[in-house]
Structure formats: C-alpha cells, structure tokens
Design a protein around this ligand. Sequence first.
Ligand code: SF4
Ligand code: SF4
Length: 398
Amino acid sequence: MTNLKNLEGTGHETYPYICASCGNCTMVCPTFRLLRWESYGPRGRLQITKEILEGDRKLDDEYVRKLYLCNLCEHCSQVCTTSLRLDRFWELTRAAVWDEGMAPTPVKYTCKSVVDHGDPFFMGSASRMVWSEGLDIDIEERVRVPAKTAYFLGCNTALKPRLHGIAQSMIKILEYAGVDYTILGEKEVCCGAPLIWGGDRKSAPKLVEKNLNLLRELGVERIIFSCPSCIQHWPITFQEAAGAPIKREFEHKTASQFIRDLNSRKMLKFEYQPNITVTYQDPCISARRLNIVSEPREVIERIPGVYNIDMLHSKSDTRCCGAHGLLNVADPLVSSQISEMRLRDISVMPASRVITECPRCVQALDLATQTINYKVQVQDITELVASSLKDKEGSHSE
Ligand code: SF4
Ligand code: SF4
C-alpha cells in the first residue's frame, strides 16, 4: 500500500516500468526547459512516482509541488517513444494526491470555487452575462431559447474582461450568418476541466450533467465552443461517469471549424484587410488532442490581405502558452515565465499579430507582452474574423 494507492488499479501504475528512459519527453517539456532540473521534467517525475509506488519514498510536499508544475500540455505524450499517455498519467496521479488531501492549497480553493460557484474565480452566476454589456443586439432573446445550435462560452471567456471581446465577436458572427442559436446565460457552469486538472475528478460529472441537461431541454444538436479544453473534457468526464465509452450526444465544433463551415456555405464574407501578417499559436489541446490544425489556417487564408507564417514549433509540435492545467494557479510565476518563453518564439516572426483559438492562450500571451515588453497584438481567431466581415451592402463592418 502506497500513498498513491488510488493510482493503483487505473492501469496507469505500470507507466514507470514501460518508460524506456529515452528523454524525448524531457527535451520538449516547458517546465524542464525553464527550470533545467531533471526531477521537474516528465522522465524524472515518472521515476520519483515509481519510487513512491514501490514504497521507497514518501509522498511529500516536494513531490506534489513538482507534479503540479506541469501544464498538462501533452507535448510529452506526443513524443513518447513508448506511446505513454503521460498527460493522462499526471491527471490520474494528481487525483491520487487529491484523494490524500495533499493538493496545493490554491488548487484546492480553485476546485472548491468550481463546485460551489460553477466557475474557478469565485464569481458565480450573477456575473455570467457581464460580457454582453455594450452589445448592440438584444442578447436576452437568445438565452435558453430552443435552437439546434448552442454557443458555450466557458468560464474564461464569460468572466474575464480581457476575453469578453471573444464572446462578443462570436455573437456578431452568429448574427451576421443568420444562425438560429441559443446560449445558456447565467445558468452555464464550468465544463469541469479545472476539477480534472486539480485532481477532484469525482465532482466533475455533476457539472457536465448540469450543462447537458439544459442543452437537451433546448433541443440542441451542435455546440460551438470558444475553448478547446471544454470540448476535450466533456466526453472524457461523461464517459468516466458512465463507466464505459459513450456515443457523442452532440456535434462539437471549435470556433475555427464553425467559421470555416459558415464561410464555405457563403454565410460569412470577408473584407480585404490591409496586408496583415500573423502567426498562428496552436493551442495544445486543439493541435495535439483534437487534431485541429488546418481549419484555423484555412480561415486566416480566406481573409484577403491576411497572411499566416507558421512558427518553427507549430501544429502538433506547438509549445504551451503556460496557462494550461492549473499551472497558473499552482505557480503563477513559473506559468508566466513559460508564457514569456513562448512569446520569444513569436518575437522572431515577422508578424504584427498572434492569432489563436483559446482564451487562456490569449490571456497568457497578452500578459507576457507586458512582462517582457514586446509589442504584438494578441487576438482570438473569432475577433479577427468579426473585424473582417464585409457588411451586407458591401462596405466594411465594424
Ligand atoms: S504535460 Fe507538458 S508540462 Fe507536463 S510534463 Fe508533459 S511536457 Fe511537461
Ligand atoms: S519519452 Fe516516454 S519512454 Fe522516453 S523518457 Fe519520456 S516517458 Fe520514458
């Protein structure tokens, strides 16, 4: 019996024995690249986990700190010689640590907020519609009305002022294209991803169920997401709660998938932009888990006058923005230093804007522009598209 007893029986406790110790994972790990210490990287952490599982080492705060100094960016899984799903291993190990009551205090508070308030920021339902202030359409008419398409904002987009432009842009796109859509308004709750990242896996299905029940009542068939993590976690969480693989109940689309489809069906038309060169930041989950790399590039290419130049580390080899997996909660300094490393990749590109489709990437990279004083505009693809729409009479629409 070890202090990671709840990891036993998950099928993942064998990982440390399968590892070939090649070091591929260590070389790509942002935490290792920043801190340069083997035990902070995945290979080292895997070996320490093995010692704990074998009873040769105690589960202590130092190990827990290292376990949560991880973006869950999946880069280690992407390059693993023995095909280990390491990000999943870290999540399940965090769950075992959570069950021992040893998760870092800020992580515990964040998870408590998700359970008690429905979001990670202690804000609650009263703040869920603040993002819509200033919109020149009557958004109340769209709240929980029956429709086949739903727009799921996610906590960051709905609640962080820097990101409200993403939600407003998506509403503008939906209205422009004449899509019949609904939003959950103040009844939308967190997708549950922070609970999975923090280790409180058992609380996540209740949140998923709350959102799903509302969507079912409205007759929704397709959900548009502003955050790739919401897409990733709904099916996983739900499947775990059901105890077996389940059929996807709804069609899930990222912003770029949805926008590309609308444009292909001539429901969105773009105005020429005056020679804007951008570089696209692939969010880790979009690129490595959802395999969505061509759609955002196609959308950018379809806007006349906008050109994308890929960074050296892009698509499935993308580098994390630093704000995934609750690292920004567990250690904000390490998180922001990883964001700065990614901004340095961007800074060598001849681009005046970095475009992405993840609210956490926008927030983290934007903050890094201030901490390293490098001027580049950070935009979600939804914002780029909304500001490039041709108005219906043919002149530029703002
Ligand atoms: S998920 Fe990312 S941050 Fe975490 S160990 Fe793997 S490469 Fe490092
Ligand atoms: S890449 Fe895979 S096999 Fe190689 S050290 Fe990392 S975990 Fe072990």
